[in-house]
Design a protein around this ligand. Structure first.
Ligand SMILES: *Cc1c(COP(=O)(O)O)cnc(C)c1O
Length: 467
């Protein structure tokens, strides 16, 4: 006999699974809109959240309607028209990780609270370090809640190496971080949080395509010496958020080795491209970095959030966090490792479980196939766009991100994106490169094809004629 809890769970889980299966189906077939853009008050109305909070679900029917309302006002990441933000169009097996976690609630921080969560985190981290070609016995990592936190953790370790007393005495005033102007804002935030002040992020010059110029890094390192400053870290993008282009990691690694400077690779979006033989070369030199961050919830198709911060030298973790929590970091024979001492978080979700499931669903081969197909599509889109009169692409894409311009002014690009969002069939973003406004495509959904791109371009042309 089921307990009442188990019986209700079984029934409602079946209902949720049924609705989600239909949702997946509709997504892949491109039925309905890619994005819901209804005003907040309308969405509130259909969720009836206020009433439900007060009274609770009165029946299975009400529960089912609520789930259906939730699913109607979503951005549909499996839809072919979804070419928006860099959020993973998930391998749906990852959902079982979130689902299982929702029942067992075993945080992945200390071994005794979740042995299987800890083991899967270890397995995922080892797999990542192997992809970077680091020595498993010397390197170490941790999964943390997002790339922004991962960048913060990496920079804390860099601070700890150059200024070992900073943890207890505060951040010295002579530290700077060199990063290309195209760096994600989370790096400047981390630098501020660490106490350097965001003015201590020195922007290295980038080329026309916003790729880091390594000469500029060298001259900034020299300038720092002249001004009596110490370079805490050099940050490179793999790849840059706006353009999807990769900085020259190997060139910068050579400079960092020469000057004894910490090299941090922000691989939030692009580290996954290590998995494919066709794209691995984009990350040449990554094994020479001191720290790498890698988001699983972008190109590894895991649900948000799951990010890794990885150090070539495991000792780096001792520099990052020098705090003791005696009730947790006791020192005797244990069955497994505790990840607590390596992360900002105390309690954290078992990110290894869902990342593992996303990966194991089809294995590495499947992931590589997905990555290759999305890169190939960006390349095909580049061609299709360049052939349309009045349209232009500022660069040949390297990853699955591509910027382009439709005929018209900067303001027109923004107007096109707004009109697309109102229409709902396609979800795209927009970005600025060297002060010029572009439309931006990120090919995340596995169902997007060259035909989708042609329909998008047709739509834009028609809209421009008809307005
Ligand atoms: C997405 C991204 C980030 C931020 O990662 P979150 O997981 O969203 O916190 C940082 N850097 C780069 C290059 C990114 O693409």
């Amino acid at each position: 006999m089921d307990t009442p809890e188990a019986s209700l769970f079984r029934k409602r889980a079946a209902e949720v699974a049924e609705q989600l299966a239909r949702y997946i189906d509709q997504g892949y077939q491109g039925l309905g809109p890619a994005v819901s853009n209804r005003p907040m008050s309308d969405v509130r109305g259909s969720l009836q959240a206020g009433r439900l909070l007060r009274d609770g679900f009165a029946s299975d029917q009400q529960f089912s309607e609520f789930v259906s309302a939730v699913l109607s006002d979503t951005t549909h990441l499996h839809h072919p028209g979804y070419m928006g933000h860099q959020v993973g169009s998930v391998e749906t097996a990852t959902a079982f990780g979130d689902f299982i976690h929702g029942v067992i609630n075993n945080p992945g921080s200390i071994y005794e609270m979740g042995p299987s969560a800890t083991v899967l985190e270890t397995v995922v981290l080892e797999w990542m370090m192997e992809k970077i070609a680091w020595c498993r016995s010397k390197s170490a990592g941790v999964l943390t809640h997002g790339g922004s936190l991962a960048n913060l953790t990496a920079l804390l370790a860099a601070r700890g190496r150059i200024a070992p007393k900073a943890w207890t005495e505060g951040t010295p005033g002579d530290l700077v971080v060199i990063a290309p102007a195209s760096t994600h804002y989370s790096v400047a935030r981390a630098v501020s949080i660490i106490g350097l002040g965001s003015n201590q992020v020195w922007a290295a010059s980038v080329d026309q395509e916003q790729r880091l110029l390594s000469e500029s890094v060298e001259s900034l390192i020299e300038r720092a010496k002249d001004e009596g400053k110490r370079v805490m870290a050099v940050v490179v993008n793999a790849c840059a958020t706006t353009t999807g282009l990769f900085d020259p990691i190997a060139q910068v690694a050579t400079l960092c080795e020469k000057h004894g400077t910490w090299l941090h690779v922000d691989g939030c979006h692009g580290a996954s491209f290590l998995v494919s033989e066709q794209t691995r070369h984009l990350l040449d030199g990554i094994d020479r970095a001191d720290s790498v961050v890698w988001d699983a919830h972008k190109m590894m198709r895991t649900s948000a959030l799951a990010a890794a911060v990885l150090f070539k030298d495991a000792e780096s973790f001792n520099h990052a966090f020098q705090q003791e929590a005696s009730y947790l970091f006791y020192d005797h024979e244990r069955n497994g490792v505790d990840y607590l001492g390596r992360a900002v978080e105390c309690t954290k979700s078992p990110m290894g479980l869902k990342t593992f499931l996303a990966l194991a669903a089809g294995g590495e081969t499947n992931l590589a196939r997905y990555l290759d197909s999305r890169v190939a599509l960006a390349s095909q889109a580049h061609q299709a766009i360049s052939q349309r009169p009045g349209f232009e692409c500022p660069y040949q894409p390297e990853s699955n991100i591509l910027c382009f311009r439709a005929p018209g002014s900067d303001a027109d690009q923004v107007a096109i994106r707004d009109a697309l969002l109102r229409d709902g069939r396609f979800h795209i973003t927009s970005a600025e490169i060297h002060g010029r406004r572009y439309l931006r495509l990120t090919f995340m959904s596995a169902s997007t094809t060259p035909d989708t791109v042609e329909s998008l371009l047709d739509w834009i042309e028609q809209w421009l004629i008809g307005r």
